[in-house]
Design a protein around this ligand. Structure first.
Ligand SMILES: Cc1cc2nc3c(=O)[nH]c(=O)nc-3n(C[C@H](O)[C@H](O)[C@H](O)COP(=O)(O)OP(=O)(O)OC[C@H]3O[C@@H](n4cnc5c(N)ncnc54)[C@H](O)[C@@H]3O)c2cc1C
Length: 411
């Protein structure tokens, strides 16, 4: 892979941005086509694990001027009475932030001028829905629709990065058989500013990651900066995530039907959940959860709901190396280990080696597939442990004491 390339990146979320940043730093011309508006993007955002390779990429390429994350300490299990009944620690340093903070940092790093670089300024366009990609001689063509003007366009590139997420149109066109499968559970999520909750709640949750298990579910709260990056107590946010087993069927469909009677397959964005559904969930919370979690639910203004799905693609390189699948478009993990964004960062950092001639594209693909397989097994095992308290063998080294019976509240 030599010379300055025209690169089109499909999808302007975190994987797309990270690939754009590293490609621009190598002097390539980068254009991101993102289908959503910035408002729609923000409407699904909450907390984000920023450990591993994501941290490395941010340190090397984004270089934020001020802190943007908190540090994950021990993860503690509490029962309904608020007593600690178990704990485990992260096996390596791990950090917590929010999707919006990391998105903002990456986007401004990408769009700031690079003095002395021969590359054209990066372009980030919203409202551009990519319809198809096909090779054309030594180039690759991208066809897309401007969703505002309703005009169809086509562009030619040397390299296309498909970073179009778990429901990737591009992956579907290449591998129709690799469809995300429903895990059997959903997550309810929300964010609450620390100053809004009671002093008693702060005493339990401040700076900590706390989880409570109940029948057919568990809930966690973790502590992240305010959306403006402030780490001052009171400004910071509690992100809560409630995992609930929910078979597909009537209740599933009803929960995923929004305030305008629109049925969603994956996510009801912030502000669109029906009030009666949220009221029912809060009532369940009052019955089963300890008071800090009840306080969080009561102070959540715009919860959102996602059906958890996963899949992995057997290939990441297509059309003689002119099309690469990255991030969730390549492999979609369940969210228990906060590993999705690190996968994308890892692919982006390895792509730098390929473009510098230090790694072959075949090795890049093999590394991505091996990593996805490992993380897939790990996150699914972590999910199983969090729901049941039983430690699968793959987690035995990480969770040495966790097989002890955890108290569960009953439905
Ligand atoms: C708005 C948003 C908020 C999120 N918030 C969180 C969070 O709070 N915590 C967390 O852990 N994870 C969150 N995620 C998921 C997280 O970003 C990913 O799991 C991980 O970072 C990998 O990202 P990705 O870029 O591969 O996929 P995604 O983040 O899913 O991004 C895919 C992008 O591609 C765009 N796209 C899809 N199809 C097309 C098309 N045909 N043409 C053009 N563009 C297209 C989508 O609009 C989206 O912006 C969020 C994702 C999104 C999109």
């Amino acid at each position: 892979m030599e010379g300055t390339k025209d690169v089109i990146i499909i999808g302007g979320s975190l994987s797309g941005l990270m690939h754009a940043i590293v490609l621009k730093s190598l002097g390539h011309n980068v254009r991101i086509l993102e289908r959503s508006s910035p408002e729609l993007l923000r409407s699904q955002a909450a907390g984000l694990g920023t450990g591993g390779e994501l941290q490395q990429l941010i340190d090397e390429y984004v270089k934020p001027e001020s802190p943007y994350c908190t540090t994950l300490g021990a993860i503690e299990w509490i029962n309904k009475d608020g007593e600690i009944v178990g704990q485990f620690g992260p096996s390596r340093p791990f950090y917590l932030s929010t999707w919006s903070i990391v998105y903002r940092l990456c986007k401004s790093a990408l769009l700031q001028p690079a003095p002395g670089s021969s590359a054209k300024p990066a372009i980030y366009e919203t409202g551009q829905l990519v319809k198809s990609v096909h090779p054309s001689g030594s180039k690759i063509n991208v066809e897309y629709l401007d969703t505002v003007s309703q005009q169809h366009h086509a562009l030619e590139a040397d390299l296309v990065i498909a970073a179009d997420g778990g429901n990737s149109t591009i992956r579907r066109s290449l591998h129709p058989e690799v469809a995300p499968q429903y895990s059997g559970y959903v997550t309810w999520r929300g964010a609450v500013t620390e100053s809004e909750v009671s002093e008693a709640t702060r005493k339990v949750l401040h700076g900590r990651t706390i989880m409570t298990r109940m029948e057919a579910g568990y809930i966690m709260s973790y502590y992240v900066p305010a959306e403006n990056g402030s780490l001052s107590p009171g400004d910071c946010q509690y992100i809560w995530v409630w995992y609930q087993m929910l078979p597909e069927g009537e209740e599933f469909n009803s929960n995923l039907t929004d305030a305008d009677s629109r049925q969603h397959t994956t996510t009801i964005p912030r502000g669109r959940m029906r009030e009666e559904i949220w009221a029912k969930m809060r009532a369940r919370g009052r019955k089963h959860l300890s008071s800090p979690f009840v306080d969080l639910l009561e102070h959540t203004h715009d919860p959102f709901l996602s059906a958890i799905r996963d899949c992995k693609s057997p290939k990441a390189v297509f059309h003689d190396g002119k099309l690469l699948l990255v991030g969730d478009a390549f492999s979609l993990f369940r969210p228990h280990a906060g590993a999705a964004t690190s996968q994308a960062a890892r692919q982006a950092l390895s792509l730098v080696k390929v473009l510098k001639g230090d790694m072959s594209l075949e090795a890049w693909e093999t590394e991505a597939i091996d990593h996805a397989q490992r993380i897939h097994a790990f996150t699914n095992a972590m999910g199983s442990y969090c729901f049941t308290g039983v430690v699968p063998p793959i987690l035995a080294a990480l969770l040495p004491t966790a097989n002890e019976a955890m108290e569960q509240t009953k439905d």
